[in-house]
Design a protein around this ligand. Sequence first.
Ligand SMILES: Cc1cc2nc3c(=O)[nH]c(=O)nc-3n(C[C@H](O)[C@H](O)[C@H](O)COP(=O)(O)OP(=O)(O)OC[C@H]3O[C@@H](n4cnc5c(N)ncnc54)[C@H](O)[C@@H]3O)c2cc1C
Length: 429
Amino acid sequence: MEIAIIGGGLSALSAAMEISTNATNPVKIHIYEKKSQLGGRIMGINSAKIGKVDFGQHLISGAYHNTFSYLKKVQPNFSIKDLVEQKLHFIRDNKVFPFKNPHFIFPINLILGLISNKYFTFSEKLKLLEQINYLKKNKYSQKSISELLILDETKFKNLNNFWKKLLLSVFNTGIENIEENQLHYVIKNIFSSSSGNSRFYLPKSTLAKLFVHPFLEKSKQFGIEIFLKNKINRISFLENDKVEIAVNNGNTITYDYVISTIQPNEIEQLLHPKINFPNKWKGNSIITINFKLKKILLKNGMFAISDSFIDWLFIDKLRATIVISNSEGLQHLNNNDLIGIIFQEINKKCNSFSMENVVNFDVLKIKKATMLSENLIINLQEIIPFPYNRLLFAGDWTILQIPQTIESAILSGKIVSERIIKIQQNLKR
Ligand SMILES: Cc1cc2nc3c(=O)[nH]c(=O)nc-3n(C[C@H](O)[C@H](O)[C@H](O)COP(=O)(O)OP(=O)(O)OC[C@H]3O[C@@H](n4cnc5c(N)ncnc54)[C@H](O)[C@@H]3O)c2cc1C
């Protein structure tokens, strides 16, 4: 079997690795990536002012079980200790409130954490326990969760703030766009039986070093061929049950199956003959600003900024990162105006963070960090008609129940590989 994978992000790497390790018969895999490096949205960039940084700040949750299993596959010695745990804090009116996550099983870890917490009032703590218990047990519909979570602002202000920040960072969109069943998935996974699931991590160096470099080593062993700077312009479905792809260098190559891992709005334009998909998509934006600091301002960890358009501040000694999710309204500003507004705001919330304490900074505006469906989301793989059925989809957007993350990208690669293996088994019979 010969397969082309279009795109070289995490879903592609996961698909290639899963097929190579689990296929019953040999599979020839070619990966086509339009950029000069693999990694897609987790790629590293070389900032002249800051040094090596990731394309965007990426948190890894302790509940990312498929991600950890990918990492073990490409790097058998991998352990969670290879990541840096991020201690969670909230900042309000220049005060820092730590959230402890003791090493006990749920719900003891949560209860102990809440007892020592000074950010929530007593009634908010009780309400949070009640909410989590309720959300963990009940499976919901496609209704949005804003009504479910947003409570009396005077009584539960901090609790509302907690949910808004947490969900914005997980889903990268406002709570009016998050469905109840997606929230159920997150709560069930983060607050499940092990306290490890509710921990957060960052890579020790870059995401590329963690996810891509070990893949490159393994890919040699499996004979996976990688074509960088190869943009696919067209995917055609031939009468002999083959799929032909056209590359921007003029080459056309035929395969038995093509796995597309590119973002959903881009695929439609590549297909020949043309097809209109029912889902319409729009981009969710993120702004990330990386700083080099003159002195240590706060201890290491992640800090949610209460009552602010700035969502998170990450500190790693003399490195700091500010993240603004769902940043649609700020994307049009030029970098000078943007940084002016941000310094004013962060200085108000955290006095020590001022221009004088910064050596340098770099702004990253990402318009399509994740994609949001504007209408009803339908699983394209389920409805794709002949002759397109030799086109398989992977990518963070293809698993409808869970947020678009590293975990959903890696899981999508695993799911598409299972389809390929099933096809192989059917061919054998
Ligand atoms: C700023 C930012 C912050 C984020 N924060 C987090 C976080 O904290 N935690 C988390 O879990 N997730 C986070 N994410 C999401 C995470 O990065 C993505 O969900 C994941 O990387 C998606 O992987 P993918 O393989 O599905 O898609 P992609 O990484 O987008 O891969 C698609 C690849 O296809 C290539 N391509 C496109 N068109 C073509 C073509 N015609 N021919 C050839 N190649 C093509 C692209 O160049 C790209 O490399 C964040 C994303 C961003 C942008």
